[in-house]
Design a protein around this ligand. Structure first.
Ligand code: ADP
Ligand code: NA
Length: 340
């Protein structure tokens, strides 16, 4: 029987936050029962912006620990870091030659991350979506669970697969690969937490790179820090509405209700049926308690795992060996098709 394959990744840059957890890692865990899953710590993406080498190594282990602590099974599935599998870089080069400058110029994340000083952005930051396409397509992944912010990059991966299949259709067929070499991957962007916003500014997404620590709940925050950050979270003076429609135009309230819903495995409507009419002075402590209950066991398991870096490294090495075997087979096919 055909088991659909999932690929997704998280960058080892700074501390993991609630947006990464609810938007990505929780989904990764769920998909293990229905899919063949490959989860990657994308360290080659991280260096598109300069990283302190010791910090990069620390964060790579931290993301791995978060995957394991959240419930990803590295024996039944694959957990590894990108730089250990050379095919990512090799296939990304091929995709550099398939993707068009115009396609990449339209990527909003590049514009955000490069800022005004675009002349000084790394070439890698510009070509980042091609590497992401290579990550996914090296494993012929059919599904990618991601947050809303990655939607445009996923569309680019689909465009690259389509153009590759078209440009090389003759040799794809003559090498016995049928009509398409690469699948046209489906993004999976669902649930109440596809875009968690900053706690300080309802118009910006919660992000590792936000300079304000109060903008995000880190996965490793203790109970006091979580309570304090929710208490300081920006809100409006109105009580919560009793219907989801009442959240329109109230970005901060909407965000906190969405976080509650995701943490409680409820819909926003269910949350509002319990808290409609409540003041934030009541809702915020309830939200903090829920977040602590859900996150504290993960944080303590992460601490336990991080105390034994040798074990984490062996999980990554084992995962990389199994990932490499799949990716090399794809790359051999790509070479035949291209004429290498
Ligand atoms: P960041 O954007 O914080 O640097 P990554 O780029 O490593 O994090 O993203 C890892 C995963 O977490 C991706 O699937 C991304 O879509 C998801 N993600 C990141 N930020 C958020 C957010 N604020 N809300 C929901 N999902 C998010
Ligand atoms: Na991101």
């Amino acid at each position: 029987t055909f088991v659909p394959r999932v690929f997704s990744g998280v960058q080892p840059t700074g501390n993991l936050h609630l947006g990464n957890y609810l938007g990505a890692i929780v989904r990764f865990v769920e998909m293990q029962s229905t899919h063949d899953c490959i989860y990657c710590v994308v360290d080659m993406h991280a260096i598109t912006i300069w990283q302190d080498p010791a910090e990069l190594a620390r964060a790579t282990r931290e993301v791995t620990a978060a995957f394991l602590a959240a419930g990803i099974d590295p024996k039944a599935h694959i957990v590894f870091n990108q730089s250990q599998v050379h095919v990512h870089a090799e296939l990304a080069w091929v995709f550099n030659c398939v993707a068009r400058m115009g396609w990449l110029s339209r990527m909003t994340q590049f514009k955000e991350k490069a800022g005004k000083d675009r002349e000084n952005a790394s070439v890698g930051l510009f070509a980042y979506p091609n590497l992401m396409a290579a990550d996914i397509l090296a494993y012929l992944a059919t599904h990618v669970p991601v947050g809303e912010d990655q939607k445009q990059h996923l569309e680019l991966a689909r465009d690259i697969a389509t153009k590759f299949n078209h440009d090389f259709s003759a040799t794809i067929a003559s090498n016995g690969f049928g009509e398409e070499f690469f699948p046209i991957t489906e993004p999976l962007i669902t649930g109440p937490a596809t875009r968690i916003m900053s706690l300080r500014d309802g118009t910006k997404k919660m992000s590792k790179s936000d300079p304000s620590e109060y903008s995000r709940i880190a996965l490793t925050d203790d109970a006091d820090a979580i309570a304090l950050k929710f208490r300081k979270a920006r809100t409006d003076p109105e009580p919560l509405p009793s219907e989801v429609d009442g959240l329109k135009g109230r970005a901060e309230a909407d965000n906190l209700v969405g976080i509650f819903a995701a943490l409680a495995d409820q819909s926003k409507a269910q949350v509002l049926s319990d808290f409609g009419g409540s003041q934030f002075s009541v809702f915020k402590p309830a939200l903090a308690d829920l977040a602590v209950a859900r996150m504290a066991p993960i944080a303590s398991e992460m601490r336990r795992l991080l105390a034994d870096p040798g074990h984490i490294d062996s999980v990554l090495t084992d995962g990389a060996d199994r990932a490499r075997a799949i990716a090399e087979k794809t790359m051999d096919g790509v070479k035949d098709v291209i004429g290498f």
